[in-house]
Write a protein that binds this ligand. Structure first.
Ligand code: NAP
Length: 454
């Protein structure tokens, strides 16, 4: 495995892939750790989780540096990502006990209740785009619940994977409650097959999700899938155009556009279309790309050359089929895999930009005349992760959010974000199950019914 700095093109380090024997040894060790860890109380786990929070904050500059060097996001965003990991540790340290306390249910028995019990070791298959946050939003609830975890991280961020393992160790958690497996994706199925692995969670692309889900299904193991998205944002005619355009551009450019919940399709009321388009293109064109360590840079390089080439192919193929490029749409003459902020219009069914996830700073603008048409365009996708509505009519915004848009979460007058307090996940080919909040921590629990008669 090789970590390559996408900005400089330099090889950071080569990592030998773990052998199958070593992977099995680690899983045995993690299971042995689980047998003790599951017996610990919330107070003890919370103390260690708070140590982990402190460790993240203490080393945040160093950790953000590893993120930037391995996947190229701007330093400011990497620092924010590490800080957010600290908040999810604190959140579950503070709330896990109440989320998992017994729930009494009245029956004719003397006592009947639900007792939430851990299930064992969970495999987490994770992506490179938020290489710390994606792992911590799994790790913090899993460990607080009394489960143990093994991480198969994306192959281009092995340094992040090992740094997270080290942080857990330094926080004082018992040896082996959380381990990293440096393996390629071809080894994932054999890990799922291991009888000591009780469940799997994957954050990544839809094809990877389908592969992991079928393997987990064939072994009757629970899975949670957080997959791709092509989030639609509706801008109604009564919206504050400037504010909406600014929030839409922020969402589209965050992480150089490499976010599952990045706004990707903008569906704009005819009456305000021209004003919105002009403001949107103006703001997109202001973004500067360059060295991710330079505080003036808005967007860094994409994480890998092949990802940049794939994105450009989606743009040019759509253009050949009739789409119009208002901004960007070219490969800059620099060695690093940069892609400029790009805006497309006249995108129709059949074009890649209509159907596929655009994992980079590329936006597609649509015009609508009736709200029915807006909803039809918004929902005409295999994805269903996030969505947003911009309107000054809050009642209408809530109605569209609840009944109109097919998505796991909808924001009204803001862009979609993940928040430890709120459930996060999708429908359709964006996956199933939820992370974060009380709902997320209960995904990998045995929801045990206890009935007591005298
Ligand atoms: P990816 O190629 O699917 O990789 C994600 C992880 O899955 C990596 O660890 C990868 O390992 C592994 N993997 C790939 N193919 C696999 C297979 N057939 N079987 C088992 N494991 C497999 O996705 P990515 O390019 O890293 O991340 C971008 C995608 O993730 C986008 O579609 C994005 O929308 C999605 N995403 C979703 C969320 C969410 O919460 N819904 C959050 C972030 C990202 P290797 O690196 O070794 O191939």
């Amino acid at each position: 495995m090789q970590a390559i700095n996408p900005f400089s093109g330099e090889v950071i380090q080569n990592y030998p892939e773990y052998s199958s024997e070593y992977v099995n040894t680690i899983i045995n060790q993690v299971d042995a750790a689980y047998q003790q860890w599951k017996l610990t109380d919330f107070e003890y786990r919370a103390k260690l989780m708070k140590n982990l929070q402190a460790g993240l904050l203490e080393k945040k500059v160093e950790l953000a540096g590893i993120i930037v060097s391995e996947m190229g996001k701007v330093f400011r965003e990497a620092l924010g990502e590490v800080e957010k990991c600290a908040t999810v540790c604190a959140f579950y340290a503070d709330h896990a006990a109440s989320f998992l306390k017994n729930e009494v249910i009245q029956t004719e028995a003397e006592a009947s209740y639900i007792s939430y019990q851990p299930i064992g070791t969970v495999l987490a298959v994770m992506p490179w785009n938020f290489p710390f946050w994606q792992v911590f939003r799994f790790l913090a609830p899993a460990l607080m619940a009394g489960n143990t975890g093994v991480l198969k991280h994306a192959s281009n961020v092995p340094g992040c994977a090992l740094a997270i393992e080290q942080l857990v160790r330094e926080a004082g958690f018992p040896e082996n409650v959380f381990r990293t497996l440096l393996i390629s994706s071809t080894k994932v199925n054999s890990v799922i097959e291991n009888p000591l692995i009780k469940a799997v969670t994957l954050t990544g692309s839809t094809p990877a999700g389908k592969s992991v889900a079928s393997m987990a299904g064939s072994m009757l193991k629970k899975s949670v899938l957080e997959l791709g998205g092509s989030d639609p944002y509706l801008i109604l005619e009564d919206a504050d155009v400037e504010k909406a355009a600014q929030l839409c551009v922020t969402s589209r450019l965050l992480n150089a556009g490499q976010s599952c919940i990045g706004a990707k399709r903008f569906i704009i009321a005819d009456k305000i279309y021209d004003d919105f388009e002009a403001e949107f293109v103006r703001l997109m064109s202001q973004a500067t790309f360059g060295d991710p360590l330079n505080p003036l840079t808005t967007i860094g390089p994409l994480a890998r050359l092949d990802l940049r080439d794939e994105l450009h192919h989606q743009v040019t193929k759509s253009q050949e089929m009739g789409a119009k490029i208002l901004l960007g749409g070219f490969i800059p003459e620099v060695k690093a895999p940069f892609y400029p902020p790009t805006v497309l219009t006249d995108v129709k069914q059949g074009m890649p930009a209509y159907h596929e996830e655009l994992f980079g700073p590329v936006a597609v603008l649509f015009r609508f005349e009736t709200e029915e048409e807006a909803i039809r365009i918004a929902n005409d996708t295999v994805f269903g992760l996030g969505a947003a509505v911009f309107t000054s009519d809050i009642t209408k915004g809530k109605l569209l959010a609840e009944k109109g848009l097919e998505a796991g979460c909808v924001y009204v007058n803001d862009f979609v974000k993940s928040d430890p307090r709120l459930p996060f996940g999708g429908i359709k080919e964006s996956g199933y199950g939820r992370e974060l909040s009380a709902v997320g921590i209960r995904e990998f629990m045995n929801i045990k019914t206890i009935v007591v008669k005298e």
